[in-house]
Design a protein around this ligand. Structure first.
Ligand code: NDP
Length: 255
């Protein structure tokens, strides 16, 4: 019989924004640990279906769900479709994010609002749904919010709205964790530095040395190594961790 060291086997998971990048790596790592995983995307349907295929090849259930998390009704629909398919939901990873670049003097209200809608309001809506689902079913659950060093440092290169949304994610994580800690629901964060994905490729192309210099380890992270840390935080091994935001930044963020 296969060992279930992490206590993830048979768990039902949803990873938002998991058609590529960090979300894809977390979805695959969760499946490898034995979870069934719902894959969410906004526009990259083909990539999402490839992730679903990979998960099914591991013998786990998976489906791709299109939902643009800038829209509250689509966020709720995503949660409903996931629970309809799986019957239950144990693990939620709030990973999808909007990362526009602009100095404050040029940020439009629309851009500011969309950043908060995707990076904070959708996190609230999906988390609230999972909490109520877990409470109604008297089940344990875990939420992991993918955060950024920017939540603690603030932005250096034109991402004040993104940094503000991630700062909000941090205090939301703590607040919700405290609220539901004695009900078997863990809420944690994982703050990243620079991970080589599509999101930051344009920045790295422009000034790779500047970003490398900010990382004491002097290297960028790969999505797969971030996924391993995420899986630990979602596992039964991390049952006593709640309200924490773990920094996986190669030393870029030390606090
Ligand atoms: P990517 O841009 O590589 O991937 C983003 C994923 O989110 C895609 O699957 C994308 O799907 C999806 N997505 C984007 N917008 C929406 C939306 N409105 N609704 C639903 N899905 C959406 O990002 P990363 O993997 O780099 O980032 C993942 C997380 O890590 C984010 O929370 C980010 O803030 C955080 N992070 C990343 C860092 C990095 O250096 N990469 C640094 C610090 C934090 P689609 O293609 O269909 O739009």
């Amino acid at each position: 019989m296969e060992a279930d060291y992490l206590g993830i086997k048979g768990k039902k998971a949803l990873v938002t924004g998991s058609s590529r990048g960090v979300g894809k790596a977390i979805a695959l790592a969760l499946a490898e640990a034995g979870a069934d995983v719902a894959v969410n995307y906004r526009s990259s349907a083909e990539e999402a279906l490839d992730v679903v295929e990979e998960i099914r090849e591991m013998g786990r259930d998976s489906l791709a769900i299109q939902a643009d998390l800038a829209y509250p009704d689509q966020a709720l629909n995503l949660m409903e479709k996931t629970t309809e398919r799986f019957g239950e939901l144990d693990l939620l990873v709030n990973n999808a994010a909007y990362f526009p670049t602009n100095w404050v003097k040029d940020i439009s209200l629309k851009e500011w609002q969309k950043t908060l809608d995707v990076n904070l309001t959708a996190v609230f809506l999906c988390s609230k749904f999972l909490v109520n689902h877990a409470l109604e079913n008297e089940k344990k659950a875990k939420i992991l919010n993918i955060n950024s060093q920017a939540a603690f440092h603030g932005s250096t290169t034109g991402h004040a709205h993104y940094a503000a949304s991630k700062g909000g994610m941090w205090t939301f994580t703590i607040s919700l964790a405290r609220e539901v800690a004695d009900q078997g629901i863990n809420v944690n964060g994982l703050a990243l530095g620079i991970v080589e994905t599509e999101m930051v490729k344009p920045l790295l192309k422009k000034d790779e040395e500047y970003y490398l210099d900010r990382i004491p380890k002097n290297e960028f992270a790969q999505p797969e190594e971030i996924a391993d840390i995420a899986v630990f935080l979602l596992s039964e091994k991390a049952d006593y961790i709640t309200g924490a935001t773990l920094d996986a930044t190669g030393g870029m963020l030390m606090r």
